[in-house]
Structures are given as structure tokens and as C-alpha cells.
Write a protein that binds this ligand. Sequence first.
Ligand code: MEV
Length: 301
Amino acid sequence: MGKGSGHGKIIIFGEHFVVHGAPAIAAGISNTANVEVIKAAKNSIVTKQRVIPDLSIAAIANVLSAMNIKESYEVRLTGDLPTEGGLGSSAAFCVGLVRALADEKKLHLTPEQVNRFAYEGEKTFHGNPSGIDNYIATHRGVLEFTRGRTPLENKFVPLELERPLDFVVSLTGKIGSTPKMIENVRKFKEADPEEFGQLMDEYFKIATEGAKFISKGKLDEIGSLMNANQSLLSELGVSDERNDAVVETAMKEGAYGAKLTGGGGGGSCIALAKDKAHAEKLAQALTKAGYASFSTVIDRK
Ligand code: MEV
């Protein structure tokens, strides 16, 4: 038996825009996908989490093939990372799987190898992933990510924070389909390249300012940029009524800013709080409003 795990993430700025070449800022969270692999006659997935079994089995096959492993495995998934969408659970699963297989086969992989093999599994889930989720699932930390023309040309700039940032993560209660949202955005771009270009230009300003304010811990400014980013995501059509309702509730409850995180169309949202006590209060209020929530701290490194 082999064991491994991968971390979840939140995207503070830039989901979807990152797929089309803009920088995004993301941070690892402590929640993990924990994976165990046991040699078996055929590949299977065993979990109490909400997953799409066919997709998971296809991802397992892709990861095995990328790692040049010929055997089949029963793959067990546990952990505290919700799988409703937006928190990088498919990438965390793939990273956990690569690490579990490496553990089983006594392979010593570099983090970059783990990331690269996990990306092959992630492609099964997302079709055209930027690569940001598997990178964070492997390395954690806070970083600015820009997609290159090939995965080898992806750029990662780690950000150092002057102070930790306290966020609340809220589940909308509806499973978000990231591939569907990625496809909707592709169609939007194809149908109206000029409008899409304008949204990209506006987003670029948010990304540039956002990285600076995150490093300096400027809560008011980060919050305003999160709200501006949320407006752009609404214009792109990836924020559904549940995302909007969570954002509205978080703002009413005193968040500095709030937005969907990840693919949207349901899934998860994040809200920025003043400190840990405020984040816990916000999480309670959002949970009471019907959106299961938890607080998470993004640390200095
Ligand atoms: C998903 O967590 C973020 C998206 O930008 C897709 C991707 O970057 O692969 C929607």
C-alpha cells in the first residue's frame, strides 16, 4: 500500500483569465485530499466524497501511464478537502495519487515531477487546465502564476506576505463544473473577442495591483480588488445566483471583499476578513445563512 496527499487552494485573483494568459494569484490551504493505493485487478476509486467515478478512473489511468506504471490499483480517497468545486480538489487528488504511487513503488520524485505527472491526471478533469491548481496542490504557498505556451514555460512567482491574511471559504451547495465554465468562457471569447479583450485588460490591472497589496497586507485595497474581480467574473458569465448570494451575504456581514473562487457556476466563494476572530464570525454567519463555511489563514510564506 502507498500513501500520499495534496493540498487544496483558493484563487484570490484571476480564475478563468489565467487560462487565457493573464497572471493569477493563488494560495494553498491546509485542507488535503489523502490518497491510498492498493494493488488490484483493475483500477477503481473508493470514497465517501462526491466524485464522478468514471472521470476519477480515467484520471488514475492517465497518471499511471504518465508514470509508466503497468499495474492497476484500488484508489482510496479521504481527507477534509471539499469536492464541490473551486478548491482544487481534483488537482489535490492527482497530487495525492502521484505521491501514493511513488510511495508504493519506492520512487523518489522531485516536486516538479509530482506536479508534472499530476497535471496529466488534471487534464482528464478539466480538459484545458492552466496548471495553477496542480502547482499549488504540490507546493502550497502563495504565488503569482502565469501560463506559458507549454507547461514548461509556466511562470511562478512566490509572494511573501508582510502579514497573514484571514479568509472564509464558503460552499454554495451546488457542485460547480469547472470544464463547463472553461468551455463557456471559450465560447464567450469566440463570440465577442473585443468584449473579452476589454475584460482581460481590466483584469490585468487587478492582477498587477493585487500582487502588491497582498504582499503588503492592505485589506481595504485587496477587498476592493476582489469585488472588482467578481464583477468581471459576473460579466464573463461564470458567477451564478448562488455565488452572487454568498458574495452579497459576506459583504453584508462585513467582509472586506468577496468573490467566487475557482471555476464558479456554484462551487465555492471566498471572503476576506480582518483577522482570525472576524473570519470565524463571518464563517458562522455564512453557515447560518445556509452556506457551509470555514475560516482559513494564508500564511506569510
Ligand atoms: C480552476 O481552479 C481555475 C480555472 O482558472 C481553471 C484553470 O486555471 O485551470 C477556472
